[in-house]
Write a protein of this length. Structure first.
Length: 394
């Protein structure tokens, strides 16, 4: 049914739910027929119609309002008590044809009462119905007509109620998962754009300053710096588009080349390997190390005032298995003890997500040292154990 598991909202859903519930009012045919065809006093007929109207009002208020969620249990219990009292009173006063009202009492118990209460209320309602019916009918007639039906319909309604509430919980869980996924994607995009643009814009700023100092005496060299700026800007635009699309994957080879270019442009002696290690972790692990290298070099260029920066790779065998260690160390005055900014915070999340560890500490030369360790795969681990030191000095 449309809107299943939700309270009725709007005229169309109200009419649809009313039609669905109205179908089950078929058991009122006997009381209505009894009032119309049986010769009774006018007061008795009026009492019967008023009681039947009150019974239907209580029943509809329960199944319309409280099937999916109950916020006022005292109102529910009071309404259910009135419903049961009306069923007993009307059936006792007007006879066997009114015993069908107990079916609605049983349905209401299964639809709105907690499972623990419904499990004993439904049989109790059936017992009350049998007790009222024995005044005029035999036990065999009652069991063959309404007793079994009352029990079965009541317990079936508990299953429907549970299905409705489970559907609501699933929809709420799905909405929560969607919100968390959206938040995670926004965080990923913010982190990626910070890492991408921080590096590229730092390089553009350095080359722009170099070009400005070279003019007007060294026009050719200034033109080369401007050409480099154009190339970096175009690559940054490509990276941003790929980051937004979610298809970009950073590689160590590409980041090593970018690190040498950025450090050299900043006037820093770059001790950077020419090639990535022969043994690498999986794609996600390599991407995490590539981001660590980019962020570390960006911080060196922007904050360290360093004269030299060294990048090394080391394969290590630990109790938890083989891992690849990246170390970036400078001799500047950068803040290893300073609070982490967005870059290092996001980088820590990246490395942790692939089972790695990120450390920042003062360097041996008095500067800043960033170390990222990422686990290697089983095949990579066997190769890495035979080759303990994969780093080299430029």
């Amino acid at each position: 049914m449309d809107g299943f598991g939700h309270p009725a909202a709007g005229r169309r859903q109200v009419l649809t739910k009313a039609l669905w519930i109205g179908i089950w009012l078929v058991f009122l045919a006997s009381p209505v027929q009894d009032l119309v065809r049986t010769d009774r006093a006018g007061v008795a007929v009026a009492f019967g119609w008023l009681g039947l109207a009150a019974f239907v009002a209580c029943y509809l208020s329960l199944v319309f309002r409280y099937t999916s969620k109950v916020s006022e249990w005292r109102v529910v219990h009071a309404t259910f008590g009135v419903l049961l009292a009306l069923a007993v009173g009307l059936s006792f006063a007007f006879g066997t044809s009114w015993l069908g009202l107990f079916v609605y009492v049983s349905v209401s118990a299964g639809a709105v009462l907690p499972m623990g209460q419904a499990m004993w209320v439904i049989p109790a309602v059936t017992v009350v119905m049998v007790g009222v019916g024995l005044r005029t009918d035999s036990m065999g007639d009652l069991l063959g007509s309404f007793a079994v039906l009352t029990v079965l319909v009541g317990f079936a309604m508990t299953g429907v109620r549970q299905l409705v509430r489970t559907t609501i919980q699933l929809r709420q869980a799905r909405a929560t998962v969607a919100q968390l996924a959206a938040n995670e994607e926004r965080l990923r995009l913010a982190r990626d754009l910070h890492d991408l643009l921080g590096h590229s814009l730092s390089l553009i700023t350095l080359k722009s300053e170099l070009a400005g100092r070279m003019l007007p005496d060294h026009v050719d060299k200034a033109a080369q710096q401007i050409a480099d700026i154009e190339q970096v800007s175009r690559q940054a635009l490509v990276d941003v588009r790929e980051a937004v699309s979610g298809y970009r994957r950073r590689t160590l080879s590409g980041e090593l080349a970018g690190a040498r270019t950025a450090l050299t442009a900043a006037g820093i002696d770059a001790d950077v390997p020419l090639e990535a290690p022969a043994v690498l972790p999986g794609d996600e692990g390599e991407a995490a190390l590539a981001w660590a290298l980019r962020e570390a070099v960006t911080n060196v260029v922007r904050h360290s005032n360093a004269r030299r920066c060294a990048v090394t790779f080391t394969s290590r065998q630990t109790l938890d298995g083989p891992l690849l260690e990246l170390a970036v160390e400078d001799d500047g005055s950068g803040g290893a003890t300073a609070a982490h900014g967005n870059g290092l915070t996001g980088l820590t999340e990246r490395v942790t997500a692939v089972g790695g560890v990120l450390d920042v500490a003062p360097g041996a030369r008095g500067g800043f040292r960033l170390t990222a360790r990422v686990p290697l795969g089983e095949g990579a681990g066997r190769a890495g154990a035979a080759r303990q030191d994969l780093g080299s000095s430029a």
